[in-house]
Design a protein. Sequence first.
Length: 227
Amino acid sequence: MIVEERFVTYINSLNTGNTPLLEEIEQEAHGSGVPIIRREMQSFLKFLLAAARPQRILEVGTAIGFSALFMAEYNPAGGSVTTIENYEKRIPIARANFERAGRAGQITLLEGDAAEVLKGLEGTYDLIFMDAAKGQYIHFMEDALRLLAPGGILISDNVLQDGDIIESRFAVTRRNRTIHKRMREYLYALTHHPDLTTSVLTIGDGAAVSVRHGKPQNMENEERKEA
């Protein structure tokens, strides 16, 4: 717990909830031990989606499809969601959930290792949501930035590792030291990248929110029309 539990409980008590189907899928995830985005991140995502109105969203780490459905549901611009998952047992569950929600035509699920799938993607995305294996974020970064549109937002979830990130590597259990080292490298790379402005927030298990410098494509198009 990064933020005192009483604060988290109070903030979450203000949450207005989700659609009945999303609430149902969230309960199913908790019941089967599948990690999904926390309530604090859900509220923050709703805010970002309302503010940024992304036309194209890319998610790295589908799990059972909750966050992909969440972004499709609460993006006022509609748009498309492309999501990547490598865990074979969760892929059919995610696909079934997309069908349950009537979103199969809006959400594209790409199967395979994200490092390889990302290399094969083209075009740009207005919002990229990183929520996969934490030790791999640093390896996904180059392609994620290649795919991030000017003015686009990169959200990296669970970056503070329940507070372990501030500890010395020797204070972290041996099995977590590689992840600890790579996550620190990733956060340094994000915050010092010349093309990004990044803020690290104590939301949920920590989130890094990065904006790529440059004007969004829709803003450039409007300026051309005015000219």
